[in-house]
Ligand binder design. Structure first.
Ligand SMILES: [Zn+2]
Length: 294
């Protein structure tokens, strides 16, 4: 996979050159200026980055011996251990997203269900009113999703540390339940150590909704279906994919994203279907999920 793909930043990313000199490293791989992009552009960029990260991860997983894989700490976000049976924890990455965050909170109220929000700290800083609203909501558990959403496999340990430290300071999460999720799920041993040092539990997922792949047209092409594990029968059915995947795992932490309109359009149906299937909803900081966090 070409290095150029890894260098693609989210349009909303704040380049390190924009950080205060006291905290910016001397050499930065990120030089793309921040752009005021539309929500569809966000989603398109995310789909490209997510796919590139997945393709590269699969290639690495196939080509390296298991002991080398585990020594590199890179592929820990797909949770191998079983979740508490029948429990689903909704989680939404890449917010806060104006319009989307409020819509999700309204559904949490309507159905009395909790959800986790893994926030990109640079976005949270640009939307303090949304951050305050999420923070105050009784059913929202907030987590850290880095400062600018880089692929941690592509950046030096020094910048990984900077991403953690700066986002930690900006989000100022409740020290009793600090949660961190890697962009693209791409972990590193160095960042694991720093995150734990800052008091975080690291959160992956039992089930990937693959909403980044569904978002373009509502259907997943065969390559992306293979990458993300979407059954052929569900390639045009986001809700069916998620329900089937959760049934196969008997529940678990579900990965979704705030930035995909297709996900939001189907979220109410998804909640209704999961309730009808007998699942119950838990918060990410529920003690029953503690064994699923790192
Ligand atoms: Zn993300």
């Amino acid at each position: 996979m070409s290095a150029a793909i890894g260098a693609v930043l989210f349009p909303w990313s704040t380049p390190l050159s924009a950080l205060p000199p006291a905290v910016a490293p001397a050499a930065s791989a990120a030089s793309q200026p921040a752009a005021a992009a539309s929500a569809p552009a966000h989603a398109a960029s995310h789909a490209i980055d997510a796919r590139a990260a997945r393709v590269r991860s699969l290639a690495e997983q196939m080509n390296l011996p298991a002991e080398q894989l585990s020594a590199r700490c890179r592929f820990e976000s797909d949770i191998a251990t079983p979740p508490p049976a029948g429990a689903v924890a909704l989680s939404f990455d890449d917010g806060p997203e104006p319009g989307a965050s409020e819509a999700i909170l309204a559904l949490l109220d309507k159905y009395q269900v909790p959800a986790g929000f893994f926030l990109i700290a640079s976005k949270a800083q640009r939307h303090p009113e949304l951050l305050a609203r999420l923070r105050a909501h009784p059913r929202a558990t907030l987590g850290n999703h880095s400062w600018s959403h880089p692929n941690f496999h592509d950046i030096a340990p020094e910048r990984q540390r900077l991403e953690l430290d700066r986002s930690d300071a900006a989000l100022a999460l409740d020290s009793g339940a600090k949660l961190f999720r890697y962009p693209y799920g791409n972990a590193s041993c160095e960042a694991n150590e720093r995150a734990h040092g800052l008091g975080y539990r690291i959160v992956g997922w039992h089930v990937d909704s693959c909403d980044w792949a569904f978002d373009k047209t509502g259907s997943v092409d065969p390559h992306e279906a293979k990458i993300c594990g979407v059954d052929k029968a569900n390639r045009e059915h986001f809700v069916d994919h998620v329900v089937d995947a959760l049934k196969a795992r008997r529940g678990g932490i579900l990965l979704m994203h705030e930035i995909h309109p297709h996900t939001l359009a189907r979220l109410e149906t998804l909640i209704q279907r999961l309730q009808a299937e007998g699942f119950h909803f838990v918060a990410l900081d529920d003690p029953a999920l503690a064994a699923s966090l790192r």
